[in-house]
Each structure stands twice: as C-alpha cells, then as structure tokens.
Design a binder for this molecule. Structure first.
Ligand SMILES: [Ca+2]
Ligand SMILES: [Ca+2]
Ligand SMILES: [Cu+2]
Length: 215
C-alpha cells in the first residue's frame, strides 16, 4: 500500500522550524530568494518476498537561499555495513513523477531493477555522494556513498552546489539503492551483474527505497 506522505499535517509541522513554506516552486528563475523544504517518507520498492528489501526511511530536500541544495536521508533496515548509492531522480523542468512499486517488475523476474524504475522516478539529477562530485557521473561511485551501520541504519546529510537539483527540488524522487539479497554481508555476483554495468553486482544497484514529492 503506497500512501501520499506529504500531508497537510506534515506541511504544518514544518512551520515551527521556521521554514518559509514548501509550496514555493523552484522554477521561477530565482530559487535562491526563498527557502523551500520538502519532506517525505521513503517506502520499500521491492515485493515483500524479496529478501532483505523491506526497509523504511525519510528524507528532506531543501533549497537554500544561498543557492545550495541540502539533502538529508535517514533509512532503517538497509544492508548493514555496505555503501548505498542514492540519487535525486526526476526530470528537469518540473514534471512530477513518482515511485515504482512491485508492479514495475516488467520482466516478471520478481525484482524491480533500476531501468524498470526509470519510467516512474526518471533519470538521475544528482548523486547523493558524501564528498566530491554530485552529478550523474558519480551514480555508481560506491566509495563515496554513505555506509549503513551494523544495525542497517543509514544517515546522510550534505549541502552542495548542484543547479539541476536546486531547480528541481520540488519534484525529485529520492532513491536509495543496494540490497544484500543473499545476506552474506557483501554485494556479490550470485544474483548476477547490474543491468547498468557488468562491473557492478545487481545487489549494489537494485532500488531499495523511494520517496518524493510526487508520490
Ligand atoms: Ca524485473
Ligand atoms: Ca550479497
Ligand atoms: Cu538512483
């Protein structure tokens, strides 16, 4: 069951924090004039039967007055001790997309892989790396992504310059990747390679969580 997680109550809850208001679109050509924060839950993408895939999380994407974008992500129940690629997905110029559910499994193999999710969440607008480049070029730079702790808790926060992310902060989906299907504590090739590159295991790129303003 997928639910709309941006609610009137959630919007109201932002007010005591001094946030100017989440309804301000970032497409007026001058997004730095206002602070706009978008908070939403992250929901599991895969079928419940997929091992180690039922995580949960939350995220806030904030467009700051200084022209930077701040992203916070927390997740619970993701693969412990492993890095998790995370991106802002969407399309430029403000078209709202959404998140895939299990029905996105077009080829019926029981897994929603990255390309099956793209029609729902769009391409990569920014890579939520811990340091360095935040463009799509860093999509699979696993040495620069947040690592979940031994309990499968992941916490990420970064403020960075990324014009595309800033301009589309109100329509992006946050997607967290990485599922340790066989529970061996590593991303390995037992389930095969990623459809994105033979150099990466499928386990490393499978979407685990998704959430956004549009779903
Ligand atoms: Ca599939
Ligand atoms: Ca594994
Ligand atoms: Cu992604």
């Amino acid at each position: 069951m997928r639910t709309r997680t941006i609610t009137a109550a959630a919007v109201a809850a932002l007010a005591p924090l001094g946030v100017a208001g989440p309804a301000v679109a970032g497409h007026d050509g001058n997004p730095s004039a206002r602070v706009a924060a978008y908070s939403y839950g992250l929901d599991a993408v895969q079928f419940p039967a997929v091992p180690n895939s039922q995580a949960s999380g939350r995220t806030t994407v904030t467009a700051l007055p200084n022209g930077k974008v701040q992203v916070r992500v927390e997740a619970w129940g993701v693969a412990p001790g492993l890095p998790h690629a995370m991106h802002l997905h969407g399309v430029e110029e403000g078209q709202d997309l959404g998140c895939p559910g299990p029905a996105a499994d077009a080829d019926g193999d029981g897994l929603v892989n990255v390309v099956e999710g793209v029609p729902f969440y769009g391409g990569i607008l920014a890579s939520l790396t811990t340091n360095g480049d935040t463009t799509a070029a860093s999509a699979l730079a696993l040495d620069r992504y947040a690592v979940a702790d031994a309990d499968g808790y992941l916490s990420y926060a970064r403020t960075f310059d990324n014009d595309t992310a800033l301009a589309n902060a109100d329509t992006v989906q946050v997607v967290v990747h990485g599922i340790d299907l066989n529970g061996n504590g590593a991303y390995d090739f037992e389930a095969g390679p990623s459809e994105l590159t033979p150099a990466a295991p499928l386990e490393a790129t499978l979407p685990v969580l998704c959430g956004g303003i549009a779903n």
